[in-house]
Ligand binder design. Structure first.
Ligand code: TXA
Ligand code: MG
Length: 319
């Protein structure tokens, strides 16, 4: 079982020896390894049971370091980077030969980001190489937002868990790619579209597809709990009190359902709080006895769009 602690030297030492370390970020915990070491990268795919066609995000602590790994940062990308890094934004940029093909699943673009967490920034500043890090959950399951979430599922597959407390934002980074210098959203996430558009103007969404070679990670079914998970409009939500159904709601309880089987993402209707609680509450409900989780969507603005995206993918079957 991996040790959990705050010791950056331990983390550094393991990573330098090609081992895997879970790292805290402001979005979710990452399962990290040396991005330039193919053996370490392969071990990440294995630990997560992740298909090799689903590429990894490369993390570093400065734009300057990044210039070795990306061939070009065009103007719109640079503007976004300067505004939002460190922060919950991932950019798809053309890679240099230093980044192994394994990291990008053979694509010529690499996903890069500077995460906003003091422990991890400290760690990144003390190592020579960037860190490849997908979310630290088994492939397809709910992303971890605390060290104990990581320990529960990957504790026996990694060397160390760097404990940075609960992730502030709680939902993965927003991924932006570019076609002819025009930004395209590959994944909604912890940086709201409104904030991005305030900097670079209107952005368009990449359509979801499991077979789109440009966005191999955009599988419709993802973030899924083990219980059956249904997305239902509030006015059609059945009040089931036989004990087998749990409820994930936005800001108001259902009057006719026992309270212990209901979770409110944000009693005050705050979408940031809702994002912060989303994965932890999903896990909590998934761990209770019973068969079903019923959830409602949240207002489709700001972080609400990313929350609804995760809820829809949790509800999708197959694909
Ligand atoms: O907030 C986050 O982004 C977290 C933390 C740890 O940084 N990481 C994360 O990684 O969510 P992961 O692997 O769970 O999700 C990364 C997504 C995947 O859907 C993957 O397909 C996509 O990024 N991706 C990575 N590289 C790509 C590339 N070169 N082209 C297109 N999509 C890419
Ligand atoms: Mg993930």
């Amino acid at each position: 079982m991996a040790e959990i602690g705050k010791n950056i030297n331990f983390a550094k030492d393991f990573l330098e020896r090609g081992k895997l370390v879970a790292i805290p970020t402001e979005t979710v915990y990452g399962l990290s390894g040396n991005a330039l070491d193919e053996t370490a990268v392969l071990a990440i795919f294995e630990a997560k049971n992740r298909p090799s066609f689903d590429p990894l995000i490369v993390h570093t602590n400065s734009l300057e370091k990044l210039t070795k790994f990306v061939a070009d940062i065009h103007p719109a990308a640079l503007e976004l980077a300067k505004h939002f890094w460190p922060g919950p934004l991932t950019l798809l940029l053309p890679k240099t030969a230093l980044i192994p093909d394994l990291v990008t699943s053979g694509l010529d673009q690499v996903a890069v980001r500077i995460p906003d967490h003091s422990l991890t920034l400290d760690l990144l500043s003390q190592i020579e190489f960037p860190l490849a890090a997908p979310s630290a959950n088994p492939f397809g399951y709910i992303s971890p937002t605390s060290a104990s979430h990581v320990a529960q599922q990957l504790g026996d597959k990694i060397s160390y868990i760097l404990d940075g407390g609960e992730c502030g934002i709680g939902i993965e980074s927003t991924i932006i790619g570019f076609v002819d210098n025009v930004p395209i959203v590959y994944r909604l996430g912890g940086l709201a579209l409104e904030e991005i558009e305030a900097v670079v103007g209107k952005v368009t969404m990449m359509p979801h597809s499991s077979s789109n070679p440009k966005a191999p990670g955009m599988l419709k079914s993802h973030y899924a709990p083990r219980k059956r998970f249904f997305l239902i409009e509030r006015e059609h939500m059945p009040s089931n009190n036989d004990g087998s159904t749990h409820y994930l709601l936005f800001d108001q309880f259902l009057p006719d359902v026992d309270l212990p089987r209901q979770r409110l993402l944000s009693p005050s209707g705050d979408l940031r709080e809702a994002a912060h609680n989303l994965f932890a509450y999903l896990r909590e409900l998934d761990g209770l006895s019973g068969e079903d989780i019923l959830a409602e969507t949240v207002p489709d603005v700001g972080l609400g769009r990313a929350i609804n995206d995760r809820l829809r993918r949790a509800a999708a079957i197959g694909d």
